[in-house]
Design a protein around this ligand. Structure first.
Ligand SMILES: [Zn+2]
Length: 132
């Protein structure tokens, strides 16, 4: 049994609400984020990442991606066909939505983790106070 401490550098399972034992999930190509599978309930578990920093990185990426697509449309230095530009815009939009969904999922995970950690510490404080 692992010590019950809230550690954001350790994967945390949102279903079990604990730092459960885990194993590395099969990594699909193009996946950069480490995803783990909870040994207890089999759902996804990962390190709670600070949603603010993560959100800033993603927003910069989204802006860059969309800027690139619209710049390509305006100057068309790459001699793209109109259909290719449209496809690129749809891809940029799809990527943006996907990344926002990841940010949203992570932010929910982070909030749940913080709530759990707070409760855990409160329980510890209460236990110490009761002993006195
Ligand atoms: Zn679990």
């Amino acid at each position: 049994m692992k010590a019950k401490i809230g550690n954001p550098n350790e994967p945390w399972c949102p279903v079990c609400e604990d730092h459960t034992d885990y194993h590395l999930k099969e990594i699909r190509p193009g996946k950069t984020r480490a995803m783990y599978t909870c040994n207890k309930c089999g759902s996804n578990t990962w390190n709670p990442t600070n949603p603010f920093l993560f959100g800033v990185v993603v927003i910069v990426l989204i802006l860059g991606l969309n800027f690139l697509m619209f710049a390509a449309d305006k100057n068309n230095t790459a001699q793209l066909q109109p259909g290719e530009i449209l496809l690129g815009k749809i891809a940029a939009l799809g990527m943006s939505i996907f990344m926002l969904a990841v940010v949203w999922g992570n932010s929910k995970h982070w909030r749940k983790f913080q709530k759990w950690r707070k409760k855990l510490y409160q329980e510890k404080i209460d236990a110490v106070l009761e002993q006195k």
